[in-house]
Design a protein around this ligand. Structure first.
Ligand SMILES: [Ca+2]
Ligand SMILES: [Ca+2]
Length: 395
């Protein structure tokens, strides 16, 4: 386990920060087949869809339906956004595509690299402080509350056996009932040997997952891929415009009803059953699915709901929509000066669309208006990305 996750554990318990996500199973096997062509060909928009420019109502959803999930608390107020036309990948970037990038460039992802020694020292210090606070809380508590805090401390200590590599966060079905919905250490484990090539840890490979979305990557990794491909990451405004598929503020990427094709036809790869203990896999997939396996939205885009969360370029602030101006077209979110405190090394960006871990009774992150944060030190096995490209003005 890794130091940065220790901090996360403690912060989530102490500060009540919430998040949620689920599992990934990987299949054993060998290396990927030879990478296919990359996006840097004579057909740069191959596999992309042209999204028409225009205005739409951004944000909202779960609140309108009586929900109040973490993924939607920061998605208000609903406000009008104007974006120019742009190209967007019809699907999440796959392992096959990411392999082509790595083969061409030799790129090494965040999870595969060791954390800088100085950063490790900082995280150790953060963890030490947080553990001390937890121990103080335990000393003042009694009964079940004390037992729960002590259990958290034990998990954090176990997780503090730092490994050499940064690794990635992997969903693990919790044992026993959740005692605190804000303590994500109950279902997330940091695995130092998990990365995009070993999505569930060193015992796993990409065999059979070639057309699944790449996971365990950071925003930096995604941006590096996009640059190589001659593309970029979408803004949050572009992403949500695309996700809504041309519909006028509907709760789902495909319209107003959860099951427009009948109750046995799932429109997205999400979680069915009692999250996070039991996944019935009614949609056919416990973890990631191959891209384009579920119906596309009105723009012909796949998996804008579920499968994996998708990183976008905006810095994350919970009140970003309160700060947004309706008169500024093509918004790019809060500036770095506003979103990142001086000296802060943990950078938060926005992630959209939910994942195979999202459940109706938990985060509903698969709705177009939902938004969550992801930091630059916490790749996970339910987060990936897709790219966009500007429309070239006619000569
Ligand atoms: Ca599923
Ligand atoms: Ca997705």
């Amino acid at each position: 386990m890794n130091a940065r996750f220790l901090t996360l554990f403690c912060s989530s318990l102490l500060l009540g920060a919430c998040s949620q996500e689920p599992v990934t199973e990987s299949e054993g096997g060998k290396s990927l087949p030879a990478p296919s062509d990359s996006a840097t060909t004579e057909h740069p928009t191959e596999g992309m869809v042209l999204i028409p420019g225009g205005a739409y109502q951004r944000g909202g959803d779960a609140g309108e339906m009586g929900g109040d999930s973490f993924s939607h608390q920061s998605a208000y107020p609903i406000h009008e956004v104007q974006v120019d036309s742009f190209w967007i990948d019809e699907a999440e970037v796959t392992n096959r595509e990411f392999a082509a990038f790595v083969e061409a460039t030799g790129y090494e992802t965040f999870a595969e690299r060791p954390l800088p020694e100085e950063r490790v020292r900082e995280l150790h210090e953060d963890a030490r402080r947080n553990l001390a606070r937890l121990e103080l809380m335990a000393n003042r508590a009694a009964g079940e509350e004390r037992d729960e805090i002590l259990a958290s401390i034990a998990r954090i200590r176990e997780a503090s056996k730092f490994e050499l590599l940064a690794g990635s966060m992997i969903f693990a079905t919790p044992e026993g009932e959740l005692y605190n919905p804000n303590d994500i250490s109950q279902w997330w484990k940091l695995e130092s040997d998990a990365n995009w090539q070993t999505p569930g840890g060193s015992r796993t490979t990409l065999e059979g997952l070639e057309d699944h979305p790449v996971v365990n990557v950071t925003h930096e990794d995604a941006a590096a891929y996009a640059k190589w491909a001659g593309k970029r990451l979408p803004t949050e405004a572009e992403w949500e415009k695309a996700a809504r598929g041309g519909l006028e503020h509907q709760p789902y990427a495909w319209g107003s009803e959860m099951f427009p094709k009948g109750e046995d036809v799932w429109m997205a790869n999400i979680w069915q059953g009692e999250w996070p203990h039991e996944n019935s896999e009614a949609d056919g997939f416990f973890a990631t699915a191959p891209v384009k396996r579920f119906p596309p939205n009105g723009y012909g885009l796949f998996d804008m709901s579920g499968n994996v969360w998708e990183m976008v370029s905006d810095f994350y602030l919970p009140n970003a929509y309160e700060l947004a101006s309706a008169t500024v077209p093509n918004p790019t979110g809060p500036s770095e000066e506003v979103a990142v405190q001086p000296g802060e090394t943990v950078i938060y960006k926005v992630t959209k669309g939910g994942s195979f871990l999202c459940s109706d009774v938990w985060c509903k992150g698969y709705q177009p208006g939902s938004r969550q944060q992801i930091d630059n030190e916490s790749p996970s096995n339910h987060t990936g990305f897709r790219c966009v490209m500007d429309v070239v003005k006619s000569e």
